[in-house]
Design a protein around this ligand. Structure first.
Ligand SMILES: CC(C)(COP(=O)(O)OP(=O)(O)OC[C@H]1O[C@@H](n2cnc3c(N)ncnc32)[C@H](O)[C@@H]1OP(=O)(O)O)[C@@H](O)C(=O)NCCC(=O)NCCS
Length: 309
């Protein structure tokens, strides 16, 4: 049986890791009777290397089969002052259930333990393999999200949302208030990420904010529009009405395309409104933590690109 060497990802292996993410994810979903998650070319998945290297240089571990030299697995992780998040994690199907995932995860968990930080991740509720991997390492489910999907008409949605007039694109001046809001509602800190979304150097990101009637920010919602993925999130809101207004603004950004976003399953008003707009459920995800957990004091809409919260 082969052994594996763990080492940080270097740029010369980006395209190989992109191929691994594409193949491993699609193979798992296909094997379990679901459609491919990544429907474009393998190189689209280089998005993960690009964005995560910009946000967290050097924070991807890869596993190499010592016997064959093949790439067997990869895992992106995101150290923040308040926590460490796990980003996308993949093992090549030829190496499934041979301990590669556990070996890589152990190294990140050890880092979190040394730094005495809680860990956070979002994982599919349909995937017993990833659930078991994380569960054995000490992660526990804390929240359930439904992934809502809509093919947004090219002409846009014909809806009129209360509070829409208080939604506007974010500017760099909003970033400190976004940071404070996220800290207050979710108990995490990720200033660099919020700045990165609003700066939008690579042109994929769209950020909208909603102003509170009493002044200050009531919420924000980010989305990414990239050939590999169209997702809304991360988003933080104080109440469901503001969440609906922000989602409606983001749906306008994605006119003519299918887009997915995660809604906490207990958000009755958001969910009913999304159904009335024609959204359907395409998956369920679990918000998990290892170690301390902060019960959200508002609405949280997480994402898996980038999975830094
Ligand atoms: C999820 C995935 C990363 C797991 O990787 P893997 O290398 O096959 O996992 P491992 O062999 O290390 O097994 C993980 C652990 O789960 C345990 N396990 C597996 N099935 C289990 C079950 N049904 N019940 C309890 N434990 C189980 C294994 O024993 C192992 O624990 P241990 O190392 O402490 O003994 C892999 O299936 C994959 O890449 N899937 C496609 C992409 C994906 O789903 N990524 C994760 C979401 S981002």
């Amino acid at each position: 049986m082969s052994d594996f060497t763990l080492k940080p990802l270097t740029p010369d292996l980006w395209s190989e890791v992109a191929g691994l993410i594409h193949h491993s994810t699609n193979a798992w979903y296909r094997k379990h009777g679901f459609a491919d998650v990544f429907q474009g070319p393998e190189l689209d998945c280089q998005l993960f290397c690009e964005v995560y290297e910009q946000l967290d240089p050097g924070c991807c571990l890869i596993a190499i089969d010592q016997q064959s030299g093949r790439l067997a697995g990869s895992c992106f992780y995101h150290p923040r002052s308040s926590h460490i998040s796990l980003g996308i994690m993949n093992v090549h199907p030829d190496y499934f259930q041979r301990g590669v995932g556990s070996r890589i995860l152990r190294q990140v968990v050890d880092l979190a333990d040394r730094e005495n930080k809680p860990m956070r991740l979002i994982s599919s509720a349909m995937n017993l393999d990833s659930f078991s991997l994380y569960n054995r390492a000490g992660f526990r489910p804390r929240m359930v999200f439904q992934d809502m999907l809509m093919a947004v008409p090219a002409t846009g949605l014909e809806v009129q949302t209360p509070r829409a007039e208080r939604v506007r694109p974010a500017t760099m001046e909003d970033v400190p208030a976004m940071f404070e809001l996220e800290r207050e509602v979710v108990g995490i800190e990720r200033l660099r990420d919020l700045r990165y979304f609003v700066e939008n150097e690579n042109g994929y990101w769209h950020v909208v904010v909603i102003e509170s009637t009493g002044g200050g920010l009531g919420g924000f919602l980010v989305s990414i529009a990239h050939p590999a993925i169209r997702l809304m999130g991360p988003g933080i809101m104080r109440n469901e009405q503001d969440a609906v207004a922000l989602i409606e603004a983001q749906l306008r950004v994605h006119r003519g395309y299918p887009v997915v976003w995660l809604v906490p399953c207990q958000c009755d008003h958001v969910i009913r409104t999304m159904y009335s707009w024609g959204a359907t459920n395409c998956e369920l995800h679990l918000g998990q933590s290892r170690g301390a957990w902060f019960e959200p004091a508002g609405i949280v809409m997480p994402t898996f690109m980038p999975e830094t919260g």
